[in-house]
Write a protein that binds this ligand. Structure first.
Ligand code: HEC
Ligand code: HEC
Ligand code: HEC
Ligand code: HEC
Length: 114
């Protein structure tokens, strides 16, 4: 209960910063991290959080491009191994907004980005 209450307080707080806080089916990535015990400071080195999070920060927990390629090797296309090369995470994964499928700039490729 307490956990849920905290989560909704966070969500309300974040709404101040972003109009489209809620993705269609899921809480934003940052909120899902908080739910798994990764708080604001896990991603943001400044306090209070104010800036975007560099790809290197994501990689400090999730591993480098090789590790990511391996994790999603069963997806077709593998979002972490394409002709676009090593992409910054934020090209697809957003912290507090719905994530995006950057491939759709040029292709009709369906990718559901969490
Ligand atoms: C999974 C990593 C992650 C976590 C955890 C996280 N953030 Fe963020 N945050 C980001 C990213 C990435 C951005 C860059 C903008 C975006 O993608 O939405 C950002 C940007 C921001 C910004 C700058 C304004 C903006 O939207 O660009 C603020 C303020 C912020 N976060 C607040 C918070 C607070 C408060 C928490 C804890 C409740 C938090 N963040 C937790 C990843 C995270
Ligand atoms: C401090 C460590 C840490 C940092 C930094 C971090 N993550 Fe995570 N991330 C986690 C953990 C822990 C999970 C939950 C893993 C699980 O449930 O098995 C997770 C889950 C995820 C998921 C899966 C979400 C889901 O709903 O299944 C994605 C995508 C992700 N992270 C992307 C990112 C991106 C992009 C960044 C940088 C903006 C980032 N992470 C920064 C630790 C981190
Ligand atoms: C081209 C878009 C794209 C880029 C760029 C991208 N991702 Fe992903 N990512 C995806 C998609 C699509 C999935 C699959 C979502 C799912 O599991 O259904 C995914 C899944 C993940 C997952 C969950 C993997 C699992 O265990 O199932 C993590 C963690 C993750 N990405 C982290 C990252 C990190 C860190 C970066 C930057 C180094 C990054 N991603 C760059 C599209 C992208
Ligand atoms: C800036 C535009 C652009 C973006 C963004 C882009 N592509 Fe492409 N893609 C191309 C072009 C141009 C070709 C080559 C034209 C062709 O052969 O159809 C191509 C070809 C491909 C092919 C066919 C390759 C082959 O061997 O025949 C796949 C699969 C593909 N892209 C997947 C992706 C994925 C997945 C993403 C997102 C990570 C992505 N593309 C992002 C422009 C783009």
């Amino acid at each position: 209960m307490k956990h849920k209450l905290l989560a909704s307080i966070f969500a309300g707080f974040l709404a101040l910063f972003s109009v489209s806080v809620f993705a269609q089916n899921a809480a934003p990535l940052a909120d899902r991290h908080v739910q798994k015990g990764q708080n604001c400071a896990a991603c943001h080195s400044e306090n209070p959080p104010a800036k975007a999070v560099p790809t290197e920060k994501c990689q400090s927990c999730h591993g480098g491009f090789e590790a990511m390629k391996e994790k999603t090797k069963d997806l077709k296309p593998n979002p972490h191994y394409t002709h676009m090369g090593d992409q910054p995470c934020e090209e697809c994964h957003k912290g507090h907004q719905p994530s995006v499928n950057m491939c759709s700039q040029c292709h009709k490729i369906e990718l559901k980005v969490k």
